[in-house]
Each structure stands twice: as C-alpha cells, then as structure tokens.
Write a protein that binds this ligand. Structure first.
Ligand code: ADP
Ligand code: ADP
Length: 228
C-alpha cells in the first residue's frame, strides 16, 4: 500500500518584498484508496496544497511522505520521477492539445516521460474505451463536448497508471448532468483502488467523496470523514 502523510506543511511565497504565508502548518494522513475533497474560500491555500501534493512545488518546511519517501526532501529530478510515475492530474480547463486527436492527447504524458513505446497506442485506446470514448478516438478536442473533453483528460491522467489522482475543480466548467457523469467516472476509479484528492467549490461534489477537508487561511479548519 502507498499512504500519503503530510506533517506541519508550510508554504511561503515571496513576491516582491512581501511574504505570503499560503500554508501555515497543515497536517493529515491519506490512506491508500481514500477519496478526499478539499474545500475552502478563495485564497485559503487549496491550489498551493494540491501543487505540493502533486510534487509540482516544494514546501517551505514540513514533511510529505509518500510511503517511506519524504518527497519534501528530494531533488528536482527525483520529484519529476515521482510525479510521472505515481501521480495523475486533472484540471478544470482540461488542457488538451487542440491539434492532437483523442488518442494522441492520452499519450502525451508518455511522450513527456520518455515512455512512448509501440504498446502505447493500445494502452491509449483501451483508456479511451474505459472512459467511454471508444468511438471518438480520432476526434479533436473542439469536436467534443466539455464532458467528453474532461474524459479525455482523465484518460490522459491514467496513462502512467498512477496511484494518486489529483483534480483541481474537475467539474468546475461542467453542467450538472455532465458533472454527475464525471463523478461517476471518478467513483469507479476510486473503487479500483486509486487515491483521489479533489479541490472543489461545489458542496454536492464534496458530499460525493469519502472525506471533506476544509482549509481556511492556510490551515485545516475541518477534516471530516463522510463515509468508509
Ligand atoms: P486557493 O487555491 O484556495 O484560492 P491559493 O493556494 O491559490 O489558494 O493561494 C493561497 C495564497 O497564496 C493566496 O494569498 C495567494 O494569493 C497566494 N499565492 C498562491 N500562489 C502564489 C504564487 N505563486 N506567488 C505568490 N503568492 C501566491
Ligand atoms: P483557484 O483558487 O481557482 O485555483 P487562483 O487564482 O487562486 O485560482 O490561482 C490560480 C493559479 O495562480 C495557481 O496556480 C496559483 O498558485 C497562482 N497564484 C495565485 N495567486 C497568485 C499570486 N498572488 N501571484 C502569483 N501566482 C498566484
């Protein structure tokens, strides 16, 4: 199993002469298979926390254990390796490459991590099928609905078979019925055993997960288990 554990995480940004204390001692454990929503007002530190959990940035102080490895202490190359092997990302605005087809978009992380092989195409097709886009393999993003584009982004996030899926407002640009479809897909990925952490502003989306963490002024205000 691969649990994540963060302890007394601080993050300060220095901007011009000013210091912004974005995270002020955040601690929690995430057992493998958890499904966590992260809420809180704008500026409370949600994006900062997600960026740290995703190994996109390093904390000013504190620990972040993935299993036995403290990723707060490793160098940039190791962090890039952790990011590409253990972590998948999904964003509010999809970030698909418009010139590429569905299948090619799904392959993009393999290209970046130097893992593109002759089996990649099969893997990308199988992921497209898993997210319900088996009949859209050669479409380009502009030919797809928002929900379909987010499905492509979810398939892309899975291409390196990550144990952790981090999502920043994944349903923020979707209407309520499309939101329900995307949540059903995330639920299924969680049931397969993937650990999911998702930033959301929508209470109905948060209520869907197993655990709700609310940040306020860079600290954990609420950490509530909703279901097993
Ligand atoms: P949220 O995602 O909850 O809106 P953020 O993590 O984006 O919160 O921001 C927390 C605080 O840190 C805010 O005051 C924000 O302006 C500041 N902040 C975030 N990212 C940066 C950055 N790259 N440089 C400077 N300040 C930042
Ligand atoms: P949200 O809260 O919807 O995620 P934000 O506006 O807080 O959006 O942040 C968007 C991006 O801009 C984040 O990656 C964050 O780190 C960065 N950011 C936020 N505040 C600042 C800031 N004051 N200076 C530089 N970058 C910032």
């Amino acid at each position: 199993t691969l649990a994540a554990s963060i302890h007394d995480l601080h993050k300060q940004y220095v901007l011009g002469g000013e210091t912004v204390h974005a995270l002020r001692g955040v601690s929690f454990d995430v057992p493998e298979g958890d499904y966590v929503s992260i809420m809180g007002p704008s500026g409370s530190g949600k994006s900062t926390l997600l960026n740290l959990l995703g190994c996109l940035d390093t904390p000013t102080s504190g620990n972040f254990f993935l299993g036995d490895l403290d990723v707060a202490k490793i160098d940039d190359d190791q962090r890039a390796e952790v990011r590409s092997t253990l972590i998948g990302f999904v964003f509010q605005s999809f970030y698909l490459l418009p010139a590429l087809t569905v299948v090619e978009n799904i392959e993009v992380p393999l290209l970046y991590s130097g893992r593109l092989t002759k089996e990649s195409r099969e893997r990308a097709i199988s992921l497209a099928e898993q997210v319900g886009l088996g009949s859209r393999l050669e479409h380009r993003p502009t030919q797809l609905s928002g929900g379909q584009q987010q499905r492509v982004a979810i398939a892309r996030s899975l291409v390196n078979d990550p144990r952790f899926l981090l999502a920043d407002e994944p349903t923020g640009n979707l209407d309520s019925s499309t939101t329900a479809e995307i949540l059903a897909l995330l639920d299924a990925l969680n049931r397969e055993g993937r650990t999911i952490l998702m930033v959301t502003h929508e209470p109905e989306v948060a209520d869907h997960t197993k655990r709700k963490i609310v940040l306020r002024d860079g600290q954990v205000q609420i950490d509530e288990r909703l279901r097993g």
